[in-house]
Design a binder for this molecule. Sequence first.
Ligand code: AMP
Length: 473
Amino acid sequence: MAKKDKKIKPKKMEIKKSVKAVKTVAKEKVVKEKEGATERGKKSFSLLRGMHDILPKDEKYWKPMFASAQNIAAHFQFGRLETPILEELGLFVRAVGKGTDVVDKEMYTFEDKDGTKVCMRPELTAAAARAYIMHGFSNLPQPVKLWYWGPMFRHDRPQAGRYRQFHQAGYEIFGQADSAADAELILVGVNFFRDLGLPVEVKINSIGTPAERANYKNELVNYYRSKRSYLCEECRNRLVKNPMRLLDCKEERCQPVKEEAPQIINWLGADSKNHFMKVLEYLDELGVPYQLDNTLVRGLNYYTHTVFEFYAAEGGEEGQQSALGGGGRYDLLVEELGGRPTPAAGMAIGLERTVLALKQYNDKNNREMPKTPVDAFIAQLGEEARRVTLKMVDQLRNSDIKISFNFFKTSLKTQLELADAIKAPFAVIIGQKEVQDGTAIIRDMESGIQEIVDQKKLITVLKRKLGKFDDKR
Ligand code: AMP
């Protein structure tokens, strides 16, 4: 036994040692990983909380959204406005207002090197009003119609469809008091979602003038005070800080109180009622369906009269309860920011939320985003052919022929399958023989009929086949 023990002991020691060594390495790895270091010792980076990358796989959503936003802007004659991401903090505090979630909790603010208090824009209406005043747009023929597309920043609690950097497309109409502007903006939104094939619902309300709202607020506060013990924590805060937002509460325990709450429509004067009725009449005329929602108040203080929001018609899942976009009239904002009294209205669409809604809608309905049409697929066989086709790819692109190709595939069969998959009407095939002859084969992908053409005439022949111009030659 003793002999045995002697022999085993050193082995046990070795095993213990190596187990310890392995454990130490593992521990160091965990520590390194916690510090963000990779196997090779360098720290790797992730995203900040609430931030996200937009990846190529989602281009099929972002591209048509931009195309639609741009087309609609051209059609309805909105001029593109681009403002800086950083603005003076005071602009948003004054425009959006104290007591709102955006100003009180969500703004990215900091002191610049010269001591100026700056803010990363949480929205763009205030900046558009700033630009309208600053560039003397009130001297231009009214209305002045502006649109924008870009990132906004709100330090909110991230969840599905809620980011700290997100994108909006927005449209603003300055210098028009008529209800037609409100209706036009709703129509713009409806058109945007229609272009994408996403059915939406419009919710609409009027919150009147500040004086009407003040009277209503008193009544609302009295009512909610009497129900205080039934309210959620947040609503008890709202009761003091921003009573209009009581109507916005989604907490289940507050719903019965909300349902019985006084309705703002009963506090509106004749002019406000008339303005609102006219908006609804316009929508009826345009055939835009809407739902009256007397709890819709919007989260920013500058709104007057009409407010509206867009919701996915087939929503319901988490994240989809929230609006895809919204807007309203803000008749007092320009004056509040130091400009001449200028009636105005606007709306913004949340693009990440639209992508989310599109994905959910497409999944549910077995639908795919329409693919960007391709005119021709260029297939090549062999090294020489690849050289010729690379040049051809460039020439065709410059001639407004939308092409696709894959130089990493060598088999003709695979390449034709790719052409088929992207529904290219034609394939252009270049093999050894075509390189030597200076020719190209054009294959009609539907009939399979092939035609040999001179490479010099390829663009002309393809364009004629595609109906891109009438070539009489
Ligand atoms: P708002 O004017 O604040 O209602 O914003 C207009 C639209 O922007 C909303 O309807 C949302 O679609 C979108 N949006 C607002 N905040 C966020 C956020 N934190 N993350 C993603 N989208 C947002």
